[in-house]
Design a binder for this molecule. Structure first.
Ligand code: SF4
Ligand code: SF4
Length: 65
């Protein structure tokens, strides 16, 4: 399972990148994305850290939603 960034909603603020415990979030050509093979959905936390910090509603969602 993995979270995913909705590219059309992402403002590329970069706030989520340093909070990811697995280094799954990267910027590429100004667009932020989550590498699904690295994302654990923050299994060691109570909730996904990236989703918690992101100020854009529904910008970070489960990959298959
Ligand atoms: S859910 Fe957690 S592991 Fe997955 S991208 Fe967000 S911060 Fe990283
Ligand atoms: S915190 Fe949200 S808006 Fe900012 S880069 Fe991450 S996904 Fe995009």
């Amino acid at each position: 399972m993995s979270m995913s960034i909705v590219a059309e909603l992402c403002t590329a603020c970069g706030d989520c990148e340093p909070l990811c415990p697995t280094g799954a979030i990267h910027a590429h050509k100004g667009v932020y994305a989550i590498k699904d093979s690295l994302c654990t959905e923050c299994e060691d936390y109570d909730y996904p850290q990236c989703e918690d910090v992101c100020e854009v509603d529904d910008c970070i969602v489960p990959l298959d939603s």
